[in-house]
Design a protein around this ligand. Structure first.
Ligand code: G4P
Length: 529
């Protein structure tokens, strides 16, 4: 098969949602319909045991949440699918941003009763900034949901994206009868199957069918016809180019728990989503996926994924060319050439040796600490990707070691967790000299940090809260003599990130604004340059 053919059959996407909207359930059902698993475990059972294929950390099991991200790879209907699981906790983490740099599309799950929730909005914004095509699945139709037309309105108003309903809900809650597929003009009737362990039976009819009229009943049937008419007249047209640009989202209705609407979602998604596209290098050069030289970037590092292996895996997104095991590539991070001998495809904790991979694929590389998040690996040393954004943290703690005799594991553990990007670290200066500051965008990142330091490196840590709430990088060359405690506002501090770039920590927005007003010779930024 040619490189182009391999690229065209790949789809790489993530599912985003507010916690509890049904992301885990939908992921599992997509795996069921995609043939990657043959039996879906009920969420209830999973809640007790957290045995879902995409959960691997003990902390996740204990807390019943998904913190780390998984890559699920499977083949279906001639497609090679890479499904990236995003962390599903209300507490946002940088991990989520990084995962979204490696996908070509997302499926956004919305709880039909709740509409757009805070986390959905946040995640949507990240995707929208990257112009990623977004497919919407309105879930839980077996429960009463908001008026479908007002849900569409909410998506358009709150998220600012146009909608095209691929299918339409025929009732909800106890009145839920199925969905109408507007593209094939067919009714799919809902049959309840207990627990949704196996694929649901489908019965497909014309909307004119007497049987359908009877099932919908004399109340619902005319309402549905009217709603469909409204959609035809007032709704957007199905313009695939607008979907590809992220301007219109195709909308699907269903019930992930009951396996209903999952097959239609999967089939239409594969049909209308794009294969892997080009990526820009740091210098703005466009690299097409069919460029014959291999290139890719690392978007995630996960250590100790499987306690039996006690190693770390760097997840690489292939951007161009063909990856083959044992190939020798340039490693931008170290400037050295490295041989990629331990490559894996990963499903939960299981891993299989991978011989080759193509653009869109995610490769798990066993790393001995030499690979970092954001690194480019390539056969063409002109290519450097700069895909991974770094964000200004908003929560800060000073970290210290309560057991000085346990110095080495403490230091090694911190080093490893920083390399994985669990939190960011800064060395403080002047009044705070000698202290290491940890920063993150979400509180949960600190919990993960402390838990993993203890469990994987047998090291306690003390986190001391601070009064800082804003961090900015200094992005212009400020003369050394100007960098002193006196030039900072009261309560502010100066520090350096791990690459030696200067940062200022401010106790409040007021303090930052005041500083900017008075010190025009300082140029500050929310992202490092
Ligand atoms: P998340 O990953 O987005 O956080 O959500 P998850 O899939 O864990 O689902 C959250 C809850 O919503 C689960 O209920 C799950 O069973 C339920 N759910 C998912 N899809 C549907 C659906 O189509 N219909 C209905 N009625 N419920 C759905 P739970 O209360 O946490 O567990 P359980 O006691 O129901 O098992």
């Amino acid at each position: 098969m040619s490189l182009i053919e391999e690229i065209n059959k790949r789809r790489t996407f993530a599912i985003i949602s507010h916690p509890d909207a049904g992301k885990t359930t939908l992921t599992e059902k997509l795996l069921l319909y995609g043939g990657a698993i043959h039996e879906a475990g009920s969420v209830t059972a999973r809640k007790n045991q957290r045995k879902s294929t995409s959960d691997w950390m003990e902390l996740e099991r204990k807390r019943g949440i998904s913190i780390t991200s998984t890559v699920l790879q499977f083949q279906y209907n001639g497609y090679n699918i890479n499904l990236l699981d995003t962390p599903g906790h209300e507490d946002f983490s940088e991990d989520t941003y990084r995962i979204l740099t490696a996908v070509d599309a997302v499926i956004m799950v919305i709880d039909g009763a709740k509409g757009i929730e805070a986390q959905t909005k946040k995640l949507f914004q990240v995707c929208s900034q990257r112009n990623i095509p977004i497919f919407t699945f309105i879930n839980k139709l077996d429960r009463p949901i908001k008026e479908p037309l007002s849900l569409l309105d909410e998506i358009e108003k709150v998220l600012g994206i146009g909608t095209f309903c691929v299918n339409w809900a025929l009732g909800s809650g106890t009145d839920f009868r199925g969905i109408y597929d507007r593209l094939s003009k067919q009714v799919y009737l809902f049959e309840k199957v207990s627990g949704g362990i196996y694929k649901a039976p489908v019965s497909i009819h014309s909307i004119e069918d007497e049987f359908v009229k009877n099932i919908l009943g004399e109340n619902l049937y005319p309402i549905i016809l009217e709603e469909l008419q409204i959609l035809d007249i007032a709704g957007e047209n199905f313009n695939i180019a607008e979907v590809e640009k992220g301007k219109i989202t195709p909308v699907f209705f269903g019930s992930a728990y009951n396996n209903f609407g999952v097959q239609l979602l999967l089939d239409y998604f594969l049909k209308y989503s794009l294969p892997p596209g080009p990526h820009y290098t740091e210098k703005g050069k466009l690299i097409n996926p069919d460029y014959e030289k291999f290139s890719g970037f690392i978007f995630k590092i996960q250590a100790n994924m499987d306690p039996k292996h006690r190693d770390r895996i760097a997840f690489l997104r292939v951007c161009s060319g063909k990856f083959t095991r044992n190939m020798i590539v340039n490693h931008f991070g170290s400037g050295k050439k490295i041989r990629l001998s331990s490559a894996h495809s990963v499903l939960g904790q299981q891993r299989e040796t991978l011989e080759e991979a193509y653009p869109g694929d995610i490769v798990g590389l066993i790393s001995n600490g030499n690979l970092s998040i954001g690194d480019t690996l390539t056969e063409d040393n002109e290519i450097i990707y700069n895909e991974i954004p770094q964000f200004a943290p908003e929560i800060f703690f000073i970290v210290s070691n309560p057991n000085p005799s346990n110095y080495k594991p403490f230091k090694d553990g911190i080093e490893q967790l920083l390399q994985e990007g669990v939190v960011q670290a800064f060395e403080l200066m002047f009044n705070y000299e000698g202290n290491t500051l940890l920063g993150a965008v979400g509180q949960l990142q600190f919990e993960v940090f402390q838990y993993r330091l203890k469990n994987e490196y047998n090291s306690e840590s003390t986190l001391t809260p601070t009064n800082w709430s804003l961090l900015r990088w200094i992005i212009n060359d400020v003369k050394e003599e100007k960098l002193n405690q006196k030039s900072l506002p009261i309560g502010a501090a100066l520090g350096k990130d791990r690459k030696g770039r200067f940062v200022i920590l401010f106790p409040s927005k007021w303090s930052l604004d005041n500083f900017l007003e008075k010190k025009s010779d300082f140029k500050l930024s929310e992202v490092p340059k």
